[in-house]
Design a protein around this ligand. Structure first.
Ligand code: PMP
Ligand code: GLU
Length: 395
């Protein structure tokens, strides 16, 4: 049977595929340390679990309004106002099956076949694939230096078919955080060229060293009209499995996204929506203590990676990843086998050092590896010890 061109064109998710492989190996009894998937190792806060248990007990187990229950949309509206300086009506909010689903709905609502979407690289693995699924064309834009692009670099890739940009700050995989003035420049570029922006702010609370997260849409009423802000509870509240994300934006776009959703998933899980209400309206202490712990791990991991021969990285200001330049390791060999690229290097690190890390090529930046520190301090130490020992065996 011949599969659709769409299905043939789209690639799997390297992060989730590696996570699945790691779990398979672990199930077979292999002791693998995983720095692979970006998923907080903390437990979902108790008051959130209680809200879900209450939802089940009270029979809140039926279809809900497709775009999300009013209570949750209200909670999102006040969160966006309180934390991000963004004023929306509940009708301008859509609740979906994770931020991933919001992003996909937005791409489907905005892109026509052959439209081009600018994606600063390195990028989160799913952005280009979503654009491909919509029949549009992902255009990776590399920064001249560092991990952030400027309006000038984006302008270099502009064509008559450019529809918009997918912007992610704080960034997966680099942890880069755009400053207010950098965002102002990008906003001006978007307005000058009549584009859309999908602003993925899922790591907003994970910023360190006094960095401030700024919501692009909060910069002016004009850019707010051009921005779909995407966020969710997965990272901030350690709720990856609950699958709740949300988007806010201009009414017509949100309505169109809702139409895509109504025919694909209907509502996100009723029980998870109740849990998300508790997360967004409840205390934030677990978020801040999680951030403190991430900060400690971030420093430890970066310092240790920095001392490893051939590895080069800087302290990332956000998210929970260290994106490491490993080009100086490429060209070396392990037991007679040449290591030519980051895919091979990550494979050897997995099979020989029993440590899972994601190759940079999946993020559009070969020659790098992504290390997630969303795992316990003791496993981080163990994983880095293994890596250090293994690197010494290279010739
Ligand atoms: N955006 C980025 C940048 C991510 O790293 C992820 C991964 N979790 C998502 C969106 C999707 O998150 P969710 O679990 O809410 O679908
Ligand atoms: N976003 C996380 C990561 O990059 C989770 C996996 C995924 O959805 O890609 O590891």
């Amino acid at each position: 049977m011949k599969l659709s061109a769409r299905a043939r064109a789209v690639k799997t998710s390297p992060t989730l595929a590696l996570d699945a492989r790691t779990k398979d190996l672990q199930a077979k009894g292999d002791d693998i340390v995983s720095f692979a998937v970006g998923e907080p190792d903390f437990d979902t806060p108790q008051h959130v679990k209680d809200a879900a248990a209450e939802a089940i007990a009270s029979g809140f187990t039926k279809y809900t309004a497709t775009n999300g229950i009013p209570e949750l949309k209200e909670a999102i509206v006040s969160k966006l106002s309180r934390e991000n300086g963004l004023l929306y009506e509940p009708s301008q909010v859509l609740v979906s099956v994770g931020a991933k689903h919001c992003l996909y709905n937005a791409v489907m609502a905005l892109c026509d076949v052959k439209d081009e979407v600018l994606i600063p690289s390195p990028f989160w693995v799913s952005y280009p694939e979503m654009v491909v699924l919509a029949g549009a064309v992902p255009v990776a834009v590399s920064p001249d230096q560092g991990f952030k692009v400027s309006a000038r670099q984006l302008a270099g890739r502009l064509t008559a078919r450019t529809k918009g940009i997918i912007l992610n700050s704080p960034s997966n995989p680099t942890g880069a955080v755009y400053t207010r003035s950098e965002l102002e420049d990008l906003a001006q570029f978007v307005l000058d060229h009549d584009l859309w922006v999908i602003a993925d702010e899922i790591y907003e609370h994970l910023v360190y060293d006094g960095y401030e997260h700024v919501s692009l849409a909060s910069l002016s009423p004009e850019i707010k009209e051009r921005t779909i802000t995407v966020n969710g509870v997965s990272k901030a509240f350690a709720m990856t499995g609950w699958r709740i994300g949300y988007a806010a934006g201009p009414s017509d776009v949100i309505k169109a996204m809702g139409k895509v959703q109504i025919h694909t998933t209907s509502n996100p899980t009723s029980i998870s929506q109740k849990a998300a209400v508790a997360a967004l309206t409840g205390p934030m202490d677990t978020v801040w203590s999680m951030r403190e712990e991430f900060d400690r791990r971030r420093r430890y991991m970066t310092e240790r990676l920095h001392t490893m021969a051939g590895f080069s990285c800087q302290l990332p200001p956000g998210a929970f990843y260290v994106f490491t330049d490993v080009r100086d390791v490429l060209g070396k060999s392990y037991r007679g086998q040449n290591i030519d690229n980051d895919d091979q290097l990550a494979e050897l690190i997995l099979t020989e050092a029993h440590l899972a890390v994601v190759p940079g090529s999946g993020f559009g930046m070969p020659g790098h590896l992504r290390f997630s520190y969303a795992t316990s301090q003791s496993r981080i130490k163990e994983g880095l010890d293994r890596l250090e020992r293994w690197l010494k065996t290279l010739e």
